[in-house]
Design a protein around this ligand. Structure first.
Ligand code: NG1
Ligand code: ZN
Length: 521
C-alpha cells in the first residue's frame, strides 16, 4: 500500500473513544485509511476476520465515525483502542514507524492472510470514507458489504469466524434467522388482532429504515410496519430517532401518533431502539432501555421457572438507569442488578459473567447474552423425550428467543422482534407494559467546559472524585429534593460534560439538573 494515499493534516489529534472515532466527517479521511490498515493487522494477529463500521450513529449527518469489530462480533480490546489512537495521531512522516511499532509489539506475522468486513451507514460522507477504509485494507479477502446496520456487520463478522455456527454471514441469512425465530415465537400467541400485529417505526431517516423494509418481507404479515422518517425527505437524526426521543422526551417529527398506538424509534445506525405512545389525555409515554430490560428479563425469568431450569439471570445497567427500574428489578423481581460505566463494552463484559445477562443502556442500546452452558441446558431440555409438555414448551420458547436475539451487540431490528413477540405471547398492551413500574421524572443536560477531562469519576461514574469540591456540591443540591439523584461525567463521544438528575417531580428534576450544571463550571 501507498501510505501517502490519504495523508493526515498536521497537528490534528483525535481519540478512539467509547464508540471509536467520531467527529465532523471532514476530519476523518486519514483516520479511515489508517483504520483499514489497523484492521488488516488485527486480522493477521487474530487469524480471523475483523469488521470496520463507518457510522456516527445518533450524531448529526455532518459527522461520521469508525469503529473496529473483533472476531466474535465484540468491541475491540483496550490495548488495540490504544493502538488505534497512536496510529491515528502519527504525523504523516511517522506513519510507517507507528505501524512497525504495533506489528513488533504484537509480534504479528505479516505473511498471515487477512480478512476485513466493511460496512457503512447512509450518511452522504460514508461512501468516500468507507472507500478510504478499503484503500487501507491492503490484504486480499476483504469484503465490502456496503449499506448495513452496525449490528448486521457485528453479526456477520461473528458468523464468519464461527464457520456459520451462529448463522450465515449474509444480510439475507440474518433476516432468515431472526424472522423464522420471530414467526415461531408468535405461534405461541393466540388470536393476535390486527392492532397487535401493527407497529409504527421511526427510521431516523437512516440505514434502519432501509433495512426494516427489507426485513419486513420475511415476516409473513406477522408484523405490519408503518414506516416514518424513511430517509426520502428528512435529514438523518434531525428531530427524530431514538436519541432525540429519549433525551427530549417527546415524539419525533414526521410520525403519525394515534392515541394508544405502539411506536418505536431507531437511531442512525440501528443499534438502539426506544418505544412510546401517547395516552388518551395526549400525554407522551416513553418506554426506554430500562423498560425494555424489565420486560425481557421478566419474560425470561418466567420461562426459566416454567422450564424448571436453574440458571442465574442478571440485568446490567449504567448510572443513567432510572431509579425506579433498579428498585423494581432488585426488590420486586428479585433479579441480580449490576451497574457499569457507560459504553456497551462494559455492559457486555459484565453480562458475560452470568448464565443469562440482559444488558441495556437507558438510551435503548442493549441485548441478551446466554452462556454456552445455558444454551446447552436449554437445548438438552427441548430435545429430551422425557420432558413434559409444559416444560418442553418453555424450552422451545427459550430456544426461539435465543435465535431472535443478536448476541453480538445491541440491535434495534432484533430487539424490536423480541419485544413484539413478548408482548404478543404475554398478551400485553404497551400501556400494560408501561405500568409495570413508574419512571422517576428525570432530565439530561450537556455542559460545554474548557476541559472535560478535569472531571474524574468513580463507582461506575456515579460519583465525581475531581475536581475537588464538586461531589460535595452535588450532594448538597441533591439533599434539597425528594427521591433525588444526580451525577456528572465527561462524555466519551462528544466534547461535553453530561449531567443527569432525577427526582420526585419533573420540576425538581429539571431544577436539580440545572443547578448541578452550574456547579460543573
Ligand atoms: P457518551 O457520549 O460517553 O455519554 C453516548 C451514550 C452511551 C453510548 C455511546 C456510544 C448516553 C448518556 N451516552 O456516550 O450510552 O451509547 O454514546 O454511542 O446515552
Ligand atoms: Zn447507534
Amino acid at each position: 500500500v501507498d501510505l501517502d494515499l490519504h495523508p493526515k493534516p498536521a497537528g490534528l489529534d483525535l481519540q478512539y473513544g467509547t464508540a471509536g472515532f467520531r467527529t465532523n466527517a471532514k476530519q476523518l479521511d486519514h483516520i479511515m485509511f489508517r483504520m483499514g490498515l489497523l484492521a488488516t493487522i488485527r486480522s493477521k494477529k487474530t487469524k480471523a476476520t475483523i469488521g470496520v463500521m463507518v457510522t456516527a450513529s445518533h450524531n448529526p449527518e455532518e459527522d461520521n465515525g469508525v469503529k473496529l469489530v473483533d472476531p466474535m462480533g465484540e468491541m475491540v480490546t483496550p490495548t488495540w483502542e490504544g493502538y488505534a489512537t497512536q496510529l491515528a495521531n502519527a504525523e504523516q512522516e511517522g506513519l510507517l514507524t507507528a505501524l512497525r511499532d504495533i506489528i513488533e509489539k504484537e509480534a504479528v506475522n505479516m505473511s498471515q492472510e487477512a480478512g476485513v468486513f466493511v460496512g457503512k451507514d447512509t450518511r452522504s460522507s460514508s461512501s468516500s470514507l468507507s472507500q478510504a477504509v478499503i484503500d487501507g485494507v491492503s490484504a486480499l479477502g476483504g469484503h465490502y458489504y456496503g449499506l448495513v446496520t452496525t449490528p448486521q456487520l457485528h453479526y456477520m463478522v461473528c458468523c464468519h469466524n464461527t464457520q456459520g455456527k451462529y448463522g450465515e454471514a449474509t444480510v439475507e441469512g440474518y433476516y432468515n434467522k431472526l424472522c423464522q425465530a420471530f414467526i415461531q415465537l408468535t405461534k405461541n400467541a393466540s388470536n393476535r388482532t390486527d392492532d397487535q400485529k401493527h407497529l409504527s417505526v421511526d427510521g431516523a431517516n437512516g440505514i434502519g429504515a432501509l433495512k426494516v423494509r427489507e426485513m419486513e418481507r420475511h415476516l409473513k404479515q406477522e408484523l405490519k410496519i408503518s414506516l416514518f422518517n424513511d430517509g426520502s425527505k428528512g435529514k438523518l437524526n434531525h428531530h427524530c430517532g431514538a436519541d432525540f426521543v429519549k433525551v427530549q422526551q417527546k415524539p419525533p417529527t414526521g410520525i403519525k401518533l394515534n392515541p394508544g398506538e405502539r411506536c418505536c424509534s431507531f437511531d442512525g445506525d440501528a443499534d438502539r431502539i426506544v418505544y412510546y405512545y401517547t395516552g388518551s389525555e395526549g400525554h407522551f409515554h416513553l418506554l426506554d432501555g430500562d423498560k425494555i430490560a424489565t420486560l425481557i428479563s421478566t419474560f425470561l425469568k418466567e420461562l426459566l421457572t416454567q422450564a424448571g431450569l436453574h440458571l442465574k439471570i442478571a440485568v446490567v445497567q449504567t448510572a443513567y438507569a432510572n431509579g425506579s427500574s433498579t428498585h423494581y428489578l432488585e426488590d420486586i423481581m428479585k433479579v441480580i442488578v449490576r451497574c457499569t460505566k457507560t459504553g456497551v463494552k462494559h455492559l457486555h463484559h459484565a453480562a458475560q459473567q452470568f448464565d443469562i445477562g440482559v444488558y441495556f443502556e437507558a438510551n435503548g442500546h442493549g441485548t441478551v447474552l446466554f452462556s454456552k452452558a445455558a444454551e446447552e441446558k436449554i437445548q438438552h431440555l427441548a430435545e429430551d423425550p422425557n420432558t413434559d409438555d409444559s416444560r418442553k414448551r418453555a424450552a422451545l420458547l427459550l430456544q426461539n428467543t435465543i435465535n431472535v436475539i443478536n448476541q453480538t451487540v445491541g440491535d434495534a431490528l432484533s430487539d424490536m422482534l423480541l419485544i413484539e413477540a413478548i408482548l404478543a405471547i404475554k398478551d400485553l398492551t404497551i400501556q400494560q407494559w408501561d405500568a409495570i413500574y413508574t419512571d422517576l421524572p428525570n432530565r439530561q443536560l450537556k455542559v460545554k467546559v474548557a476541559d472535560r477531562r478535569v472531571i474524574d469519576t468513580t463507582d461506575a461514574e456515579r460519583r465525581a472524585v475531581s475536581p475537588a469540591g464538586l461531589q460535595e456540591a452535588i450532594d448538597s443540591l441533591v439533599k434539597k429534593y425528594r427521591q433525588a439523584r444526580s451525577f456528572v461525567r465527561p462524555s466519551g463521544t462528544e466534547d461535553v460534560v453530561r449531567v443527569y438528575a432525577e427526582a420526585e417531580t419533573q420540576e425538581s428534576a429539571d431544577t436539580l439538573a440545572h443547578e448541578v450544571s452550574l456547579a460543573v463550571y
